[in-house]
Each structure stands twice: as C-alpha cells, then as structure tokens.
Design a protein around this ligand. Structure first.
Ligand code: RAM
Length: 339
C-alpha cells in the first residue's frame, strides 16, 4: 500500500510542481506586463505585404500578453499620410503607438503630443528623429544592411559595371540610411569598377516601381544590376525583368520577402536577395511597447525587457533595439522560408 501511495504522492507533487512551473513560465512570458494594454500599430502603408506580416507579428505578441491590439494606417507611404491616424490614436487614449515612420520629421510633433499625454511611442522598421519616440526597434544593424547589399550586388555583377538603386519613397528613413551605407561601402577600392548611375524612387507603389524599372533599363542600356532595398520595389523590378529581354543580363537584388520572390528565383530572374523575418520585427516591437506602457522600461540604454519567444532583449545606444542579422535567400534555401 505504501508504495502506490508514495507514488500517488510523488505524482501529485510533480503535478503541483508542473503547475507551478507552468504558472511561472506564463508569468515569465509577460513579465511585468499589465493586462489589457491598448497598443496600435501604424505601418507605412496598410496594403504593403511586408507591413502586413510585421503587423500580424505584433498582434500575435499583444494576444500573448492579453492586450488589445489594432492596426490602422494610410494606403500610401507619403510623408504626412500618418498624421491623421496619430491624432485619432491620441483621442482614443491608446497606451502605445508602434509606428513605421514614412518621414523622419513630419510625424514628430504629433508623436511628441502623444508622449506628452502619457502614450508610449515605439518606432519600428523606419525610425523618426530620436525625440519622436522612446524606442526604435530596428530589423538589423543599418550599416550592416547597407554594406551587405553592395557586397551582394558586386558578387552578382562580377565586380564591375553600372548599377542603379530602386528605392521606396525619397523620404523613407530606413531606405535613406541603408543607401548612405551603400555609398560608404562603394568607396572601398574593391568596388572601383562598379558605378552607381542612378537612385530611382518607386514610392513603395507597385505600378510606379514597375515603370521606374522600365525607365532605368531604357536610360542605362549597359546596366548590369538593380538593387531595390524595398520589398515592393524588388518584386516589381523582378516582375518587369522576368518578361523582358533583360532577363539573365540585368541582375535584380535587394530586400524582398521569400514568398513574393520565390517565383522569380525559380524562373532564374533573381539569384539572391536578403531580408529578416518581418513577423519577428513586429512581435519584438509589441513587447517593447508593452514594457514601456507597463513601466518596466523607459527606453534608456542598458535596460532589458522580456520579448516572449524572442527572449530577453536589451536597449542599445539611442534607444535602439536590434532584431538580428539579415538572411540571404537563394535557390538553395528559399523553400525553407514561408513569409
Ligand atoms: C518595404 C518597406 C519597408 C522595408 C522593406 C524592406 O516593404 O519600405 O519599410 O523595411 O521594404
């Protein structure tokens, strides 16, 4: 009799221990995060597939810590298109706004107004000037992204020839920062035979990016590559080139989502391109916003916060939190990614 009883006792004890551990781990997922936080995502544009994945990642995080999440935003990435949404979110008394800014400065006065009323502001994907937010959640180190794009295109061009950049909007903070680092990288002697002939802007609009691609090919008959550091631009450029006589002659690379680029890799239009996981970016940004809104962090360098399945993250200089390094996709690995 003793043995089974002891056995039951042990089972009960281990069940209790399990419950305790489970309880602890549930608390750990949302360490210090208040229930019911109202967090709004404000992407560059609501109809950009990249932004949709990022926002969905944010909403998944908000569900984990039992907040109330929502996504609002403009259909174009114009400099001031987000202002009216910020004003509405202030009126609605959101606890935090998570914004991918279309312009470094245009939204700042409105975000400052939000912060002065106790609403926490996190930028992600595309930053504002530092006084417009408390934390910037960056997809990867900006210098690394910019330099990496040149290293990749140089390889695809065999180290020489003309190339053009097809960017997003002329005011996009993220693309402009990456382009600045691309130009820095180009100063190195190993790129002496590579020439950047033009920076074109497709405004993160599919049709405009398509037409700009056509224009680049016409204006620069010797073009050997187009680098498009925007998921909208690279997909439009690849679509144009895939059915043109430039296919196989002009390399297309940049930053794209594997799901949008898969067909172009398979049909030989694109050899390699890069990105990070946009869903993880939104997820991390939501946890940063929750930490600020719960008072567990203030945005100062050195503070750490719990980011759910992404673990503990630490705030770096200038309130920046970095997700991680980008991945290079090509025919050998693209099928391992579904976003
Ligand atoms: C587009 C947007 C976004 C950028 C990606 C790479 O979807 O411009 O801001 O991070 O491309």
């Amino acid at each position: 009799m003793l043995k089974p009883l002891r056995h039951i006792g042990t089972a009960a004890a281990s069940a209790a221990l399990c419950a305790l551990l489970l309880g602890l781990s549930t608390t750990a997922v949302a360490a210090g995060i208040k229930d019911g936080l109202k967090i709004a995502f404000l992407p560059k544009q609501i109809n950009n597939p990249y932004e949709v994945i990022a926002d969905d990642g944010g909403l998944a995080a908000i569900k984990e810590f039992k907040g109330e999440g929502k996504v609002v935003g403009p259909s174009d990435a114009g400099a001031s298109s987000q202002v009216q949404y910020i004003n509405t979110l202030i009126t609605q008394r959101q606890n935090a706004i998570v914004i991918a800014a279309n312009d470094e400065n245009a939204v700042v006065p409105y975000l400052k107004k939000a912060m002065s009323q106790g609403i926490k502001v996190v930028t992600f994907d595309s930053d504002t000037a530092a006084d417009g937010r408390q934390i910037f959640v960056n997809q990867a180190n900006a210098e690394g992204i910019g330099r990496g794009q040149i290293q990749l295109v140089s390889k695809l061009m065999g180290g020489e020839g003309e190339f053009a950049i097809l960017s997003a909007t002329p005011n996009a903070t993220n693309q402009n920062t990456w382009i600045k680092w691309m130009q820095e990288e180009l100063k190195k002697p190993e790129y002496a035979k590579i020439k950047l002939v033009k920076i074109a802007y497709g405004n993160d609009d599919d049709q405009k990016s398509f037409v700009e691609t056509q224009g680049l090919l016409q204006a620069y008959p010797n073009l050997k590559a187009i680098v498009s550091p925007t998921t909208v631009g690279i997909a439009a450029a690849a679509r144009y080139i895939s059915t043109s006589s430039s296919k196989g002659k002009v390399a297309v690379t940049g930053l794209g989502t594997p799901n949008q680029m898969r067909a172009f890799v398979k049909n030989g239009t694109v050899q390699a391109f890069q990105l990070w996981d946009p869903g993880q970016l939104g997820y991390l940004a939501a946890y940063a916003a929750a930490g600020l809104a719960s008072g567990t962090i203030t945005g100062k360098e050195g503070e750490s916060f719990d980011a759910g399945k992404l673990g503990k993250r630490t705030i770096g200089p200038k309130g920046e939190v970095i997700l991680g390094p980008p991945t290079t996709f090509d025919a050998t690995n693209i099928d391992n990614f579904n976003f």
